[in-house]
Design a protein around this ligand. Sequence first.
Ligand SMILES: [Zn+2]
Length: 123
Amino acid sequence: MPLFKRKTQVQGKLRLKKGDEVVVLAGKDKGKRGKIIETMPDAGKVIVDGVNIVTRHQRPRAATRSTPKTQTGTIKKPAPMAGGKVMLVCPHCSKPAKTSILITDEGAKARVCKLCHQAVDAT
Ligand SMILES: [Zn+2]
C-alpha cells in the first residue's frame, strides 16, 4: 500500500496540435476563434492566429552604422498564450468540444469529440 496516492496530471500537457481550431476561454480575446499556428509543448503555450495580438511600436530611428535598418511603425503579431485558455473546436459539430483519447486498433491515439463522438483528427 503506497503512502501517497499520485494523481495523474493532465494539466500542463498540451492536447492541441498545429492547425486545430480553438475558441478562447479567457482574457481579452474571450470568445474568439482561430487556428493554432504554433504549439510550444515545453511552455504549454500556443499561438493562435488572430488572437492575443500584441502591437509593438517601433520608433523610427536614424540609421546608424551599428543599427542600419530597423522596421518602424506598428508591428502586430499574435503572442503565445497559455494552452489552458483555449478549447478545441470540433470540426464536425463546430462546438467547443471536450475530447477523450481513444486508442485505435492500430495503436494510435485519436482524439474523439464527446459531443458527436467523431474523431477530431483528420486521419
Ligand atoms: Zn463534435
